[in-house]
Design a protein around this ligand. Structure first.
Ligand code: CMC
Length: 435
């Protein structure tokens, strides 16, 4: 197969044998253009093959842009470094509506989100059906899926207003459910949301307060959590976001679609990496054992990988990792943690890996999860909660991308095709006659 760009700037020529086809080229505002192959099967009887989607744009989107070679991440055109100085709900507004809010719009949005933070009291009954030692991600998948049972008839996805209400409900209730998953796992009573607190402070209070004591939110720590939420809010068409879009493309209930995204995020190659990174630092145990683990990561016969290193898209430093590293130091400074052995290992591991030919050649830099694990641990979260916090923050991205997909007039059910390499047609043989 030979596909080359023709003289015409807006098309590419595909030649197979003696036949050629003109394929339209679509232009983005920034980033690579795409060759539109939607009619390819009808014209040639062939599919394209791209397992892992390394060269495939699955949709058109105006939400998030990443330039992995330059280490750039933009939400609606704004660099992540600048948005990291805003607050999470402002970022949510931007992702959902496409523009930064005015002061009045922001106040109204904060009010609307805050007034949806409680979950139906029946939800607590679901929690009590779980074992106390269940992983909080399994509890979160189930409880977010269960929200669909409460808001199915009231969510007509063809109505823009109901889509927005569902989006706001999702952003408002996910911290409550995440905190309930944590409280359940440690056997403490659920803490109801407190609506005079900001989003991050409310979450910290729901996680760490107990009814028998006053809880005072530390503004430096709540700012750090808020920034972690901003950094994780969206990341264009990653595995979990694509899962949400694919689930939603059938017209499924949006809460059920978000549950599908949470399930996908859980894996160690995706959102589970921050938990895996911290476990790995613990396993390394001391700075002098780092070379042993570096060698294991380089050994093709050993499945071990340096968790928190590498990224499918960033082949330069992950811009979120830089902000996360700073936030990590702020939190450790505020809490007076000077000699954290895991931090010492992390710093040394990063230093060695950044000089090692294997990592340099493959452009394997520390990603956001490398430092978020250490920060979350310092904030008091157990490792099993790390991916839950990622899911909490990514919920706005998932719901924003779901909404964009539903509102796209060209939207159809997602239905990938395959290269079939199984058996050709053969006849069924009754079991008694099988050899
Ligand atoms: N440690 C050692 N070698 C690695 C690593 C690593 N962490 N990551 C990639 N490589 C090697 C890999 O063996 C391969 O080498 P070779 O070319 O010799 O076969 C080369 O680098 C390319 O790797 P790949 O698997 O083709 O890259 P990918 O784009 O499919 O994978 C990744 C990306 C993030 C899954 C992978 O880098 C990885 O498993 N990293 C560790 C897990 C991790 O930190 N994930 C968090 C991602 S950021 C948060 C998120 O978006 O969810």
């Amino acid at each position: 197969m030979d596909a080359s760009q023709s003289n015409a700037p807006n098309s590419a020529t595909l030649t197979i044998g003696d036949e050629s086809w003109e394929l339209p080229i679509l232009n983005g505002t920034i980033g690579p253009d795409v060759i539109d192959i939607a009619k390819l099967y009808g014209q040639t009887g062939m599919f394209t093959y791209d397992p892992g989607f390394t060269s495939t744009a699955s949709c058109e989107s105006q939400i998030t842009y990443i330039d992995g070679d330059e280490g750039v991440l933009l939400y609606r055109g704004y660099p992540i470094e600048q948005l990291a100085e805003s607050d999470f709900l402002e970022t949510c507004y931007l992702l959902l509506y496409g523009e930064l809010p005015t002061a009045a719009q922001k106040a109204d949005f904060d009010y609307r989100v805050t007034r949806h933070t409680m979950v139906h009291e029946q939800m607590s009954r679901f929690f009590h059906g779980f074992r106390r030692d269940a992983h909080p991600m399994s509890v979160l998948v189930a409880s977010v899926g269960a929200l669909s049972a409460f808001y199915h008839d009231s969510t007509d996805i063809s109505d823009p207003q109901q889509r927005m209400i569902a989006s706001i409900r999702m952003i408002a209730k996910i911290p409550t459910l995440a905190a309930m998953a944590y409280k359940y796992s440690i056997g403490q009573p659920f803490v109801y949301p407190k609506n005079d607190l900001d989003y991050a402070s409310n979450f910290l209070r729901m996680c760490f307060s107990v009814p028998c004591e006053e809880y005072k939110v530390n503004p430096i720590l709540s700012r750090a959590i808020d920034r972690i939420f901003i950094l994780h809010a969206d990341h264009e068409q990653n595995a979990s976001t694509s899962t949400v879009r694919l689930a939603g493309s059938s017209g499924a209930n949006p809460f059920a679609c978000i549950a599908a995204g949470i399930a996908c995020l859980w894996g160690p190659a995706h959102g589970g990496a921050n938990e895996a990174a911290l476990k790995m630092l613990g396993e390394i145990g001391s700075v002098d054992r780092i070379p042993e683990f570096i060698n294991r990561a380089k050994d093709k016969n050993d499945p071990f990988r340096l968790m928190g290193f590498g990224h499918r898209v960033y082949k330069n430093y992950d811009p979120r990792a830089k902000i996360m590293q700073r936030t990590c130091h702020e939190v450790l400074g505020e809490l007076g943690i000077k000699d954290d052995p895991l931090l010492d290992i992390a710093v040394e591991l990063e230093r060695i890996a950044l000089q090692d030919e294997y990592f340099v050649e493959r452009k394997l830099y520390p990603n956001i999860d490398f430092y978020s694990g250490i920060t979350l641990r310092a904030l008091g979260f157990p490792t099993s909660m790390f991916t839950v916090l990622f899911a909490l923050a990514r919920t706005v991205g998932w719901i924003g991308q779901w909404k964009e997909m539903i509102e796209d007039p060209s939207q159809r059910i997602g239905r990938p095709r395959q290269l079939y390499t199984g058996a050709t047609q053969r006849d069924y043989v009754p079991i008694a006659r099988r050899k």
